[in-house]
Design a protein. Structure first.
Ligand SMILES: Nc1ncnc2c1ncn2[C@@H]1O[C@H](COP(=O)(O)OP(=O)(O)O)[C@@H](O)[C@H]1O
Ligand SMILES: [Mg+2]
Length: 167
């Protein structure tokens, strides 16, 4: 069993043995920093709308982004059991998710992933989020997406022909 740590934009991850323990981060100051940046760039409305049409819900969603991501990952894996995804096996009120651990993808193999190819060339927020090797991991002989707590991804997973095969 070996121990490692990683941090993403919304969660801190403890990698222990076969599991990745994904703990929601709270970023109380970050919404204000972002708001300040958006005011400077005169993009307040556009940036808020990326999170929700209602500005108040957008701020709340941004604050709780780690919990939202954990909830999305738990829900999507439970619903599709997709081979595309690193299995999320358990959640503690979406504050902490337990996922199967993979190895970092350090080479070209990430390009074999269905979602990598699907989003290739797109410039949407989802595509920019997905198209980073650190969001994927290598597990059981193939590449899987580890970070799927992303809004706007479900349609792509739902359409994938290889769903509902048991892990
Ligand atoms: N299942 C996993 N196996 C191995 N490493 C993982 C796994 N899930 C996440 N990680 C590592 O933790 C980092 C942050 O996790 P991620 O799911 O991307 O969270 P965030 O939503 O905060 O970006 C990833 O970039 C990766 O290095
Ligand atoms: Mg990530």
């Amino acid at each position: 069993m070996y121990l490692d740590f990683a941090c993403g934009s919304t969660r801190c991850v403890i990698l222990i043995g076969q599991y990745a323990i994904k703990i929601a981060r709270f970023r109380p100051l970050r919404p204000f920093i972002k708001l300040f940046e958006s005011i400077q760039k005169k993009q307040v409305r556009g940036n808020l709308e990326k999170h929700h049409r209602n500005p108040l819900l957008a701020v709340i969603k941004y604050l709780l982004a780690g919990i939202v991501a954990n909830r999305t990952e738990y829900r999507l894996y439970k619903k599709y059991k997709s081979d595309l995804l690193a299995p999320t096996v358990f959640t503690i009120f979406w504050l902490v998710n337990i996922q199967r651990r993979g190895e970092p993808v350090v080479d070209e193999r990430v390009k074999s992933h269905y979602l990598w190819n699907l989003f290739q060339g797109m410039e949407t927020t989802v595509a920019l989020d997905i198209l980073q090797a650190k969001q994927f991991c290598f597990m059981g002989g193939c590449v899987r997406l580890a970070d799927y707590g992303i809004d706007g991804l479900e349609f792509a997973i739902a359409e994938y022909p290889g769903n509902k095969t048991p892990w």
